[in-house]
Design a binder for this molecule. Structure first.
Ligand code: SAH
Length: 260
């Protein structure tokens, strides 16, 4: 049986159907599985956190490499199928990573409807709280989102939320028919190598993100416009405020954040 047949058989056996509301699109591509696990470079000493194990396809592969895998799943109907694995039935966004060993690896085919909240919860928020942070993140996500994150010409709040903490790269693109049921969009495997230290010092992170948030409030407008609420004007900085937010480097955002 191939992965698609196994997936269909498993759903049938347990009288289940994929739940759209939970972003259930199960991976049925051996190639994509190998690419995800390969990118994670797992050793037996690694601690792996998985979000959304689903029917356990990726979970099984992860467990072949290390005994320390914890999977977080919201759908308790999958309990029977996931019995062989170490699963917490909880909303991943409510899980507190401070319980994890430092330098864990986050490896998952996540539910796409909460991609940004997952990235923020497990990377940015952990750094801000000085809690356990991952050392490597390998996630399957919507291609458009992955491409927005790695875009070198044009930044966004999302890309900066990642680039402050690590280096993102696309490992491979994954076509919609590699999932059952096939989603409407194509996907990509995104790997983020997390830096030992963020590019912005921990004390300045809150101010930095506050400045970015307001700086991008109307992305098509000039910075001078967006920064008015902070009473920042051209006399206070060398950075040309006629520019748009998407063109600023991290260092330039740091400079602006010192003015607020
Ligand atoms: N990793 C599996 C399934 C991916 S589908 C595979 O590759 O085949 C996404 C999974 O995330 C589903 O199992 C869904 O039930 C689960 N999920 C959805 N929302 C969640 C949440 N808030 N917290 C944890 N898991 C969630």
């Amino acid at each position: 049986m191939n992965l698609k047949e196994e997936t269909l058989a498993l759903l049938k056996k347990h009288g289940l159907a994929a739940k759209k509301s939970l972003g259930q699109n199960f991976l049925i591509s051996e190639t994509a599985l190998e690419q995800i696990v390969g990118a994670a470079e797992l050793t037996k000493d690694d601690f792996v956190l998985e979000i959304g194990p689903g029917l356990g396809t990726l979970t099984k592969e992860l467990n072949k490499h290390t005994e320390n895998v914890l999977s977080l799943e919201l759908d308790t109907k999958l309990k029977k199928i996931l019995e062989p694995y170490n699963v917490n039935y909880i909303d991943a966004l409510k899980f507190d990573p401070s319980e994890l060993p430092k330098n864990f690896k986050l490896v998952a085919n996540i539910p796409y409807y909460i991609t940004s909240p997952i990235l923020n919860h497990f990377i940015k928020d952990q750094f801000i709280q000085n809690s356990a942070t991952p050392k490597t993140v390998v996630l399957l996500m919507q291609r458009e989102v992955a491409e927005k994150i790695v875009n070198e010409k044009r930044d966004s709040v999302l890309s900066l939320n990642i680039k402050v903490f690590g280096k993102p790269e696309i490992i491979a693109h994954v076509k919609a028919d590699c999932f059952y049921p096939a989603p409407k969009v194509d996907s990509s495997i995104l790997k983020i190598n997390i830096f030992k230290k963020p590019k912005v010092s921990i004390e300045n992170l809150n101010k930095f993100f506050k400045t970015i948030k307001i700086g991008f409030s109307s992305p098509r407008k000039k910075l001078s416009n967006n920064l008015k609420p902070f009473k920042i004007d051209q006399t206070m900085t060398e950075i040309d405020l006629n520019r748009r937010a998407e063109t600023l480097s991290i260092d330039e955002w740091v400079e602006l954040s010192k003015l607020i």
